[in-house]
Design a protein around this ligand. Sequence first.
Ligand code: ADP
Length: 293
Amino acid sequence: QNTGNDTNPRRPTRSLKGRVAIVTGAGSRSTGIGNGRASAILLAESGCAVVCADLNLSWASQTVSMITSEFGVTLDEEGFKSKPRAIAVQADVSSEEDCQRVVRTAVETYGRLDILVNNVGVAGPVGTAVEVSKRDWERGMEVNVTGMVLMAKYAVPAMERNARDDVSGRGTIVNMSSVAGLVGGNPMLLYPTSKGAIVNLTRAMAAHHAGSGIRVNCVCPGMLYTPMLYSGGMSEETREARRKRSILQTEGNGWDAGLAVRFLASDEARWITGVILPVDAGYTAAPHGGAEE
Ligand code: ADP
């Protein structure tokens, strides 16, 4: 085994064995694959213990049972012997108390915390500045932006207790933004505003916590077809139009967001921090589409 030195550094691995992750909004309405659920399942596939936090306990439990039915109920490696592979925790990310409890549960159950996936995001309220009520606006910002800050507030100190590893640092955070946070023209107001805030929240946090060996990155999914959308009964025509708006002209889904989350959370991204990663089939690269054939 290559243990590493200056001229022959240790080979990084993609395994997340022995790591502990929290995914917020890890549930999903229906049995579909949302961004949070996909992230939780893929992290578990790579060996992580996953704390699935969600406002809706039964939706989070559904994610846990998807994980355990595929990968087994318990983790058998040293340090984790017979610990559950995933657990569900009811929490509202806009509540500071709940965020603190989620982090405490992760540490009490698994002894450490390595990865935080700040995935929760709500779409509404809809409407322009003229139409929106102050209360609805503040509630939306509280869930989409403040929730990520509150989760980090308790997750970072927990990660700082990890021994610093030259490859993995002490921990890592992935925030879920959207291409709606990168470009204008969105019919909604709260959604693009909060997603834009998450972009620079990510850069600021990356700078603040780099000294502790904590990487902070952001994923900006494009027009993925997720439960948030199909529960609203999106028409086939709209689906097709959305598909055509990206240069790859294919439809993505929750797995695409989850794959990017897992990459950024893993040692494969060990030299990447403060990055805003569009996962959008080329939509932001070429908003007016590709060349005609
Ligand atoms: P997706 O299509 O990405 O799965 P959903 O809206 O179906 O989108 O799922 C997002 C998840 O986030 C849901 O399981 C929902 O219960 C959860 N969620 C929404 N608001 C909060 C909140 N304030 N705190 C924690 N989880 C939340």
